[in-house]
Ligand binder design. Structure first.
Ligand code: GUN
Length: 292
């Protein structure tokens, strides 16, 4: 088994981004600017947004964080989105999901200017992705594509099985893995909660991408010898022995699956750091679009 090291890869990409920022500013350009909106006190969301802000600092971006209480009205949130759409200094922004129940996530996503939608969640950007047009790819699928690319993992003609059909990961991932591209050209099976005999489907996979959000769901008996396994899950499990009070588990039972896999991503340190770096790449791209 060989480890796909998302932490090391994300650090290498951050170096590349920082170098580009240095070039941009040396030519008199402004620093790329990413803004994030965080609503409520969800611990995981807070951690993710903090990572995003910290990563901006590391690569020389400007960042701004808009924090709101969970009882903010939808109208007020839409007003903030409108302001960020109009703010010429902001190259891209995200609204961290999930949002409180009283706020319509679709309405919020559709309110974001597609040219600033660095999460790639706007229907316009998802449509462009489907057509293979230049766009902002959703961060997690983009991060996985980067990992497969940088590790030189052959995908063409392979059978790729994806577990989970979310709008953020599984569904866009299925499109990207099937398209005619350097990383792609797979025959894709998108599985979900109604799939009959999931184990049988998984055993066919040369590349298995797991994104259902259930700790240690995939066990060794579900994995073909020599498969490439990408674990997107990250679940917090209470763990009094840890300073934080919890430990992080992926969707894959790492130790037993690692013995069968040819390549595998760990949790933490696999897909997670790549997601943040994808957002930075999209923001840099947005900033560069304005200068050409
Ligand atoms: N919640 C879980 N993943 C994501 C993501 O990639 N972007 C945003 N905005 N919220 C999320």
């Amino acid at each position: 088994m060989q480890l796909i090291d998302g932490k090391a890869t994300s650090n290498a990409i951050k170096e590349e981004i920082a170098e580009e920022v240095r070039k941009l500013t040396a030519q008199g350009g402004k620093k790329p600017h990413l803004a994030a909106i965080l609503v409520g006190e969800d611990g995981a969301s807070r951690t993710y947004v903090n990572h995003k802000v910290k990563s901006c600092e590391q690569v020389g971006f400007t960042s701004s964080l808009y924090k709101f209480d969970a009882d903010i009205s939808e109208e007020e949130l839409l007003k903030t989105i409108d302001e960020l759409n109009k703010n010429a200094d902001v190259d891209g922004f995200i609204v961290q999901l999930p949002l409180p129940k009283h706020i319509n996530e679709t309405k919020v996503t559709e309110a974001i200017d597609p040219d600033k939608d660095v999460d790639g969640f706007h229907p316009t950007n998802l449509g462009k992705m489907m057509l293979g047009l230049p766009t902002f790819l959703p961060a997690t699928p983009y991060g996985i594509i980067q990992l497969l690319d940088r590790y030189g993992i052959e995908t063409s003609g392979k059978k790729c099985v994806i577990i989970g059909r979310s709008h953020i990961v599984g569904t866009p991932m299925s499109l990207l893995m099937s398209r005619n591209s350097k990383v792609g050209n797979c025959t894709v099976t998108l599985t979900h909660s109604r799939t009959k005999d999931l184990k049988e489907e998984c055993l066919q996979a040369d590349i298995l991408i797991v994104a259902l959000g259930r700790a240690e769901f995939v066990t060794a008996d579900m994995v073909k010898e020599g498969a490439v396994v990408v674990d997107v899950g990250i679940t917090r499990i209470e763990d009094p022995s840890k300073k934080s009070g919890f430990s992080l588990k992926g969707d894959v039972k790492f130790h037993e699956v690692a013995e069968k896999a040819s390549w595998i991503t760990p949790v933490p340190g696999g897909v997670g750091p790549m997601t943040v770096v994808s957002l930075l790449m999209n923001t840099l791209e947005s900033a560069k679009r304005k200068t050409v």
